[in-house]
Design a protein around this ligand. Structure first.
Ligand code: PLP
Length: 368
């Protein structure tokens, strides 16, 4: 017998697949009775947060009886100054995941046949959130694991309301160039929203990578999302933002819950933006770790997808889920890519030197 109220639920929630997050360290310790577990599964900053961000959050704790500033004056001004834009372009999110959700809630639900275009192998939340709101994700075949922007433009129908692009993309690490993006944007009708998710923006070291803040001035239908979860090491605090035309920001503001960004997160974000030293150190750790992992994997005869982010996606030439499980037993958490139908792949976050070595040692052991 099913509970009668189940029929009340939005029908599109019934078969919704859930986002599968990286396994937490404590869970693996508990389940496998291990003590020394490392997590290279969620593209977190292995150095941790900036000590200045920690101090700022700690200071903000004593005011936790107060509601946060709903207008987020300080952080918005800080970001506006940082990017040389006016604060009315900025919308804060409880993580940039929430910014993506706000866009869908604002621009995608009006029409029952609403379609949202995403790429094959693109960040799973695009399609999941689209389905949560009863719209239809239209998945366009990838080109060399990345977004085929020409094919995505061709997929537009009269029902298309938004297009989501992750640049660089997670889980593949692939990226699109400024030229590709401009060619694409020129083809997109102005009544369709284009979202560029730049969660890994700070890691990108590619000359042809687009300057989307400049492009946003020309293409008013463009929304950029960024986050403090990756390079800035604040994933647990949940703070991200979007940059858009003020008219779009105004609409997003209507679906945004008044206190979606908390005081500790906003204080930490301001301090993290200022801590250039920690940012540079984090980039350095990532760069060296990537060189090490790429060399070690190449020596072992493995192919990986060239990545502009802080992670590598590796072809393990056998069931990636099995490799993931075997690595867990060695106390190394990576990400299996079965939900993306990349059966023979695993994704590993670039960690600290000893973590990267431990991953390679464990991989060698289980493949022996
Ligand atoms: C990690 C990630 C995000 C979201 O991060 P938040 O913690 O919600 O800011 C968004 N998009 C991509 C592609 C990501 O990998």
């Amino acid at each position: 017998m099913t509970n009668a109220f189940l029929h009340l639920a939005n029908h599109h929630l019934r078969d919704l697949e859930l986002y599968q997050p990286g396994k937490p360290i404590e869970e693996v310790q508990r389940e496998l009775n291990l003590t020394h577990v490392i997590k290279l599964a969620s593209n977190e900053n292995p150095l941790g947060p900036s000590p200045k961000a920690v101090a700022a959050a700690q200071k903000a704790l004593t005011d936790m009886h107060r509601y946060p500033d709903s207008r987020a004056h300080s952080l918005k001004c800080k970001l506006a100054q940082h990017w040389q834009i006016s604060p009315d372009h900025i919308t804060l999110g409880n993580g940039s995941d929430q910014n993506l959700e706000m866009v869908i809630r604002t621009f995608v639900t009006a029409n029952l046949n609403a379609e949202v275009i995403c790429s094959e192998y693109a960040f799973a939340n695009f399609a999941i959130t689209t389905k949560t709101y009863g719209a239809k994700p239209v998945i366009v075949a990838a080109k060399q694991w990345g977004h085929d922007l020409a094919a995505m433009a061709n997929a537009i129908t009269e029902n298309t309301q938004a297009i989501f692009i992750a640049n660089p993309n997670n889980p593949t690490g692939t990226w699109n160039t400024e030229d590709e993006l401009i060619t694409f944007l020129e083809k997109i009708p102005k009544n369709i929203i284009v979202v560029i998710d730049e969660a890994y923006y700070e890691y990108v070291d590619v000359k042809a990578y687009p300057n989307t803040i400049n492009l946003q001035k020309r293409y008013k239908n463009l929304i950029i999302t960024r986050t403090f979860s990756k390079l800035y090491g604040l994933a647990g605090l949940r703070i991200g933002y979007s940059i858009s035309d003020p008219d779009i920001a105004n609409l997003l503001h209507r679906v945004r819950l008044p206190f979606n960004a908390n005081s500790m997160a906003m204080a930490a974000a301001i301090a993290a933006l200022d801590d250039k030293e920690h940012q540079e150190k984090s980039l350095e750790v990532n760069k060296n770790g990537k060189i090490y992992l790429e060399q070690a994997l190449t020596t072992m005869g493995f192919h990986f997808i060239p990545s502009a982010g802080n992670f590598l996606t590796i072809d393990v030439r056998q069931n990636g889920q099995h490799v993931f499980e075997a690595l867990l037993r060695e106390g190394v958490i990576v990400r299996p890519l079965l939900p993306y139908k990349m059966t023979n792949y695993i994704r590993v976050t670039i960690g600290l030197e000893d973590e990267n070595q431990r991953f390679i040692t464990a991989l060698k052991k289980i493949l022996r």
